[in-house]
Design a protein around this ligand. Sequence first.
Ligand code: HEM
Length: 521
Amino acid sequence: GRERDDVQHLPGPPSTISSWIWGHELLVFQHAATQMYSIWARSFGGLFKIRGALFHPDIIVATDHAAVQHIFAKSDIYVKSPAFRPPIKNLLGEGLVWAEGEDWHRQRKILSPAFSPDAVKGMMSVVYECAERLETRLTNLVLLDSTPARDGTSLNILSYLSGCTLDIVGSVALSHSFSAQSARPNDTHSDAAQIHASWTSHVNTGLKPLAFLAPLVVRAFPAVANAPLPLMQTQGAIKTIVRRIGQQILDREQSAFDGKREKTPGDSDSETPANHTGRAKDIISVLLRSRRLGNSDGAETISDEHILDNISTFIMVGHETIAGSLGFALWELARQPAIQDRLRAEVLSHGRDLSYDDIQKLEFLDAVVKEGLRLHPASPQTERLALEDDLIPLSDPIPGIGQSFRVKKGQVIHIPFTAMHTNPQVWGPTAAVFDPTRWLQARDPATLPHGWSGLLTFCDGPRNCLGWRLAVLEFKIILATLVRSIVFSDTGVHIDQKISPTLQPVVNGKGGALPLRLKLV
Ligand code: HEM
């Protein structure tokens, strides 16, 4: 490595607007998700520095396309930062989202086949079934509403969406039926109700004025990760519930396997517990097979603890993410009836039973999905820590620095996806407006960020979102299924957007609810 780095030469917001103890990070937290980063990127360009909290060395904020592509491509050098990993561990355990290095390589290799294009295609019927159940549930609510307002029945769409997406991930990944959509509305004891309640309480704890402290204090003093801070405790509550369910799933698979083995001794095809149902590749099957096979034939192996950590990981990242983004997309459609009508017309013109290939042909649906995921990514930013000195290439040269940028080992980098997705230099003057038609025009991919459809919604590089294909499929099927029979309209309530820990709609300071009005078509 070279002696000096280039951080000192970077521009950045003035120290007059930074707090002595919280640096610029308090300002970032107090504003809407990634809002300060978008504003500063416009003034200071694709790479700028901010003062970190608790005397942390300056943090780089990167939105430059080449720089971000490089950082995500080199996932062995740029790892999740110390502020990021303890909360992940407290919430999800040491599964795929948390792991780094060899441990991550091994887990990713084991889990990837469960989300191959063919595997996801095979999830179609479950996704349809759950989407139709949601359609029926919402339709019945509107029909049974004895005092509907003139504009329709008002409800919190998030809790219904998350029931639907929990049922999907349970079924396709874990062969587990949460029955979230068949539970009675006031049932607070079901697993689904407990997961949703603890998640909502976690979201709200994270929105409290000093909540932003927790990860920053942990970054400065790692031992605090185990301290009884409220944020850590709500994480613990979710983990306890989800792990209990994970253990039940594991026990069920094991006893089904033992039962089968008694009947067919010596049948080597039954070496995987989950194979008894013919599911060769879902998450639970690939995990159990790797545990059973061990290293005997060079296969990857995984411990029971890691299996439980991954079950928890997939339950959580596999449902609230999609539910939240879908909620925001429906909210955008509610505010723009002409766009909603156009989407409905396209869906209805293709009939009711759409095949996998039919779904891919719906151009406007595709555009609506991309536009929703551009403006409201479930994870609007991420951070990375450089493990080595490195030279980062730049799309836009920085005056006084040039075409590439030197970082030193230990540098923390924030990457605000939404700031990149709403950069007027890339997306034009309507960058901040929900306008799906922008996706119907031809555009040079080289001008967009590197990632799925020119977006960073699913991150990029080796550590991109493993569930992206399923997420996009769910998005399309659920949207298409709902708009064909329900008209969504805005309640007029003001909705803020905050990160806690995923992108949340916030109404009067409270998270966990996104009110919409519903009428039948
Ligand atoms: C709209 C829905 C979703 C969005 C926007 C999303 C976004 C992301 C992002 C941004 C990351 C990278 C996080 C980081 O490095 O900071 C990620 C990782 C991941 N996502 Fe998703 N996700 C979604 C749905 C899903 C679903 C449905 C699953 C699985 C069923 C899933 C599984 C994962 C896993 C396992 C990782 C970690 C991958 C690794 O580190 O190797 N996600 N996701």
